[in-house]
Design a protein around this ligand. Structure first.
Ligand code: CMP
Length: 138
């Protein structure tokens, strides 16, 4: 299995509810390595740039407002099949559709306020990691 890197975000809803430790613990328990991690607040423009692929979607304005509403924790996770494994830990985008035991099912409160983000493919992971981290941080 390929060793991959993926970008993970703990979103403002989860940070506000002090779920950061619980989510980091799940990452460690799953055997994923945290290569880099930082806490920051996105500007509206930075959130729009990150989610540019969704700019035509009806939820784009609400999403970028939400993502710039408070601190987020951004990290690079590494491990065999890290992209899929982090997506499995998160569960489906909509918490109501997510499998029992997943982060979004247990802690998400709406399709927007779904606690976490993860890259969905190697190409998006490369873009998303480089959006937040310089080479010397990795
Ligand atoms: P994320 O995995 O970060 O990717 C895009 C985000 O848009 C998604 O999680 C949700 O937080 C948000 N979102 C809001 N409404 C929708 C929707 N109808 N479909 C997909 N994503 C949505």
């Amino acid at each position: 299995m390929p060793v991959e890197r993926t970008l993970a975000i703990i979103k403002p809803d989860a940070v506000r509810r002090n779920l950061t430790g619980e989510i980091l613990s799940r990452i460690h328990q799953a055997g994923l390595q945290i290569v880099a991690i930082k806490s920051l607040r996105l500007s509206r423009a930075e959130a729009e740039g990150f989610y540019a692929v969704h700019r035509e979607r009806p939820f784009f304005n609400d999403l970028t407002e939400f993502m710039s509403s408070g601190k987020v924790v951004v990290m690079v996770l590494e491990g065999e099949n890290a992209i899929l494994r982090w997506r499995e830990l998160m569960g489906a985008t909509d918490p109501a559709q997510a499998a029992p035991g997943t982060i979004r099912r247990e802690f998400g409160t709406s399709i927007q306020n779904n606690c976490t983000h993860g890259s969905d493919a190697p190409e998006t992971a490369a873009f998303e990691v480089s959006y937040f981290f310089a080479a010397y941080e990795l």
